[in-house]
Design a binder for this molecule. Structure first.
Ligand code: TAP
Length: 489
């Protein structure tokens, strides 16, 4: 099934409700677990990008005028179709991204959930009436969709990060042009196939492929795009902000360097379990991955030993052949090289290798981008792993003596996406929740994002929110309608 679906999507763009062969040069898409080419994408040309924007503009007013209930029904249909085909869509994701099949399937099912969540939210968009100082007036605050959205997405969660933008756009009455990452385009095209199947009108959703610096940048520059919804690195997010030639709405979900603090009162076993999950899931290629861990000195040695053992127990495998592996291949050579570089830097500066540190052995790993989950201890603040986003399966650990010191170290970064804490003492819990300068703080758990609460970063981790009512509001303009009706009673 995926082989035929993949060949049907090969080299296509989804514009104005139909798949068309791209006119531009072809770029290869590689299976990161084997190095094999799985297909090609077409680099969208200027004319094709213009056609996608024109289609989205044409579709905008009719879509925005549909009653919310109709848009909600379309999103529910989309969610049902995606969930029904989760197996085939997951195989496409594993083939292009490397994550184990079971995890890819979980991501597809979460995309389906996002469709249903935003379908429900679509019918609950309310306005406000605001009191006036003078009698005979009424002020209405009305929410109107922003217009045409350009969505630029990364490769680590190829379905969800497209889906959050697509579902919120459609619920709000916006239309959208998606530019997925060059590494993982087929998941986005497979979502477009479901959009067509769901009977969503032509032009409401469009997918154009190609290099971000060309195709993504063209969406940023295009006067017909009203909002850019971007998820990716802080460097590219800043570039987009700096190069946007006209005023347009921007939401930027960017990189992180996320700390975990384990206090003296913590449940050690729970903290180790949480640390292993959030440091290494998806091979650490998560914006909210734990990069660095600060542990209260009385627990330090036991924590480091247990985390090393937990990392060693994780099963690395080819995600298609080992659907239940804990982690698969990394998505490309680049994050693997960065992981190796951060590891070498830490070891050169005196860190102690506790687990991992190399690629797994065996012929099955020879041609893919594999690496063992890696723990380094006795880290110091000057090490890259403690300062920069690794975006790979490497975590640094350091001891602390006072909670103030740990919170200060945790906050001493340009990033502000997510932070974690384990503590049982109520005072410590309150100090962590108030003191951590992050958009998401998870205490005694490591799942910082849930669908119905806002998810966004501070500082260099971005502006704007996804998820929750706040995420949907990002796709609206507010209009103040001040009416003089003259009735003074
Ligand atoms: P980036 O290199 O920033 O790429 C993200 C997207 O931007 C890709 O589609 C890329 O296209 C495109 N792009 C590149 N240059 C562009 C330009 N000049 N103009 C417009 N678009 C451009 O990030 P990545 O390596 O794919 O993803 C990893 C990063 O994403 C990490 O920093 C991670 O923390 C962050 N991330 C953040 C979040 C949230 S919610 N905050 C979630 C996931 C990931 P091509 O790849 O096709 O060139």
């Amino acid at each position: 099934m995926p082989a035929s679906l993949l060949s049907a999507l090969d080299g296509t763009l989804f514009i104005d409700g139909e798949f068309r062969p791209g006119a531009g040069p072809r770029l290869p898409v590689i299976n990161p677990a084997t190095g094999e080419r799985i297909g090609t994408i077409a680099a969208a040309t200027g004319d094709e990008i213009a056609a996608a924007v024109a289609a989205a503009r044409r579709a905008f007013r009719p879509w925005a005028r549909q009653v919310p209930r109709r848009r909600a029904e379309a999103l529910h249909r989309l969610g049902d179709l995606i969930a029904a085909d989760a197996g085939a869509m997951a195989r496409i994701m594993t083939l292009e991204q490397g994550k184990p099949l079971n995890e890819a399937r979980g991501e597809i099912l979460k995309l389906a959930e996002a469709c249903h969540f935003y379908a429900e939210e679509a019918t609950r968009v309310h306005g406000e009436t605001v009191p006036n100082d003078q009698p005979g007036f009424r002020s209405l605050i009305v929410r109107e969709p922003v217009g045409v959205v350009g969505a630029i997405t990364p490769w680590n969660y190829p379905a969800e990060l497209v889906g959050w933008k697509l579902c919120a756009s459609l619920a709000a009455g916006c239309t959208i042009i998606v530019k997925p990452a060059e590494l993982t385009p087929f998941t986005a095209l497979a979502i477009a196939a479901k959009v067509a199947e769901a009977g969503i009108p032509p032009g409401v959703v469009n997918v154009v492929t190609g290099k971000g610096s060309v195709v993504g940048q063209a969406l940023v520059a295009h006067p017909g795009v009203d909002k850019i919804a971007f998820t990716g690195s802080s460097a590219v997010g800043l570039h987009i902000q700096n190069t946007c030639p006209t005023i347009k709405r921007l939401s930027l979900e960017l990189g992180g360097n996320c700390p975990l603090i384990v206090t003296a009162s913590a449940d050690l076993a729970a903290a180790v379990k949480g640390a292993a999950r959030r440091s290494f899931r998806n091979m650490g290629q998560i914006c909210i991955a734990i990069n660095r861990i600060y542990v209260a000195r009385p627990l330090y040695d036991a924590f480091v030993a247990a985390l090393g053992q937990a990392a060693d127990r994780l099963v690395v495998g080819n995600g298609l052949e080992r659907p239940d592996a804990d982690v698969g291949a990394m998505a490309s050579a680049e994050p693997l090289e960065k992981t190796r570089a951060h590891l070498a830097d830490a070891l050169a500066k005196g860190a102690r290798l506790v687990a991992g540190g190399q690629a797994p052995e065996g012929a099955e790993f020879a041609r893919g981008f594999f690496f063992r989950p890696t723990v380094v201890a006795d880290c110091t603040p000057d090490m890259q792993v403690m300062r920069e986003e690794t975006f790979g399966p490497l975590v640094g650990v350091a001891p602390f003596d006072t909670l103030e010191e740990a919170i200060a170290a945790a906050n001493d970064t340009p990033y502000g996406l997510a932070a974690y804490g384990y503590a049982r003492d109520l005072t410590e819990i309150e100090r962590l929740s108030a003191g951590l300068d992050y958009g998401n703080v998870a205490l005694n758990n490591v799942d910082a994002g849930i669908m119905n609460a806002p998810y966004g970063g501070r500082k260099q981790s971005g502006v704007g929110y996804e998820h929750g009512r706040e995420g949907l509001l990002e796709y609206f303009n507010f209009k103040h309608v001040r009416l003089h009706h003259g009735v003074e009673a």
